[in-house]
Design a protein around this ligand. Structure first.
Ligand code: ADP
Ligand code: MG
Length: 234
């Protein structure tokens, strides 16, 4: 981890204030270099008050960053105005869904704190080397991963949670164990959001088929395990 470089002045003023607030409340130290950068979020290393490494995910406050947010807000039934507030809502949703998944025992990084557009969570990696997304680290047991991932889809579904962006990019491989990240597109399962659950299952099935796994379960089979009544809605 590049400890010498401190990232303090690359954000908009609002985000800088939010980082400072988390620092002064003792949740994080300085931001110590990037772990990953997506289109809409940065993920940084930092330390918590016990000097444990944590991951700090910051959703960017810029207008182009929420093209899909209006649809999501409609599906989620919220409607705050102004893009900063929307991104803060978006981040809070991610944190809340992540926390619910964590609380039912899904392997997600432990969510530690949400403040506005920032999420502080446990770092997934070994000795400050982040675990790689499964798309980059194929060192896992295909059969047992298919079972684990579909078990998670079913467990979350029974709790009325859809991950919403499940793919080998959002599953980290920590020494052969899958960790589920990026709940930024999670949704509450309902008749209206069922297509998003179907999409997650389809993505996982095509990924495993591409790995040569022949025993995938169909969308209907998995949905039936979650709630057979949903099948009538398709
Ligand atoms: N808790 C974590 N521990 C280690 N690496 C992480 C963690 N959270 C995210 N990352 C890394 O940051 C990248 C981006 O995070 P993600 O939540 O998927 O954001 P985005 O919404 O930009 O896709 C991930 O692909 C992963 O490599
Ligand atoms: Mg992601």
């Amino acid at each position: 981890m590049p400890k010498s470089k401190v990232y303090g002045h690359v954000f908009d003023d609002e985000t800088e204030r939010n980082v400072l607030k988390l620092k002064s409340d003792g949740y994080i130290s300085e931001l110590l270099g990037p772990i990953g950068t997506g289109k809409e979020a940065y993920v940084f290393y930092s330390h918590d008050q016990h000097n444990n490494t944590v991951a700090v995910k910051i959703h960017r406050h810029h207008i182009g960053a929420f093209k899909q947010i209006p649809t999501y807000l409609r599906l989620r039934g919220t409607g705050s105005r102004g893009y900063i507030k929307r991104i803060d809502d978006w981040t809070r949703y991610e944190f809340n869904f992540m926390s619910r998944a964590f609380n039912v025992g899904v392997s997600v990084p432990e969510p530690m704190r949400n403040y506005k557009n920032i999420i502080v969570m446990a770092f997934i990696g070994e000795d400050d080397v982040p675990a790689k997304p499964a798309v980059q680290d194929r060192n896992f047991e295909v059969d047992s991963w298919y079972k684990k991932i579909t078990d998670v889809i079913v467990l979350l579904g029974r709790r009325r949670i859809i991950h919403g962006d499940l793919s080998p990019y959002n599953i980290l491989n920590l020494k052969g164990n899958p960790f589920f990240i990026d709940f930024s597109q999670a949704l509450k399962l309902s008749n209206m959001t069922l297509p998003y659950l179907v999409r997650d299952i389809t993505t996982i099935n095509s990924w495993f088929k591409s790995l040569g796994f022949a025993d995938t379960k169909s969308e209907d089979e998995l949905i039936k395990l979650i709630d057979p009544l949903l099948l009538n809605e398709q």
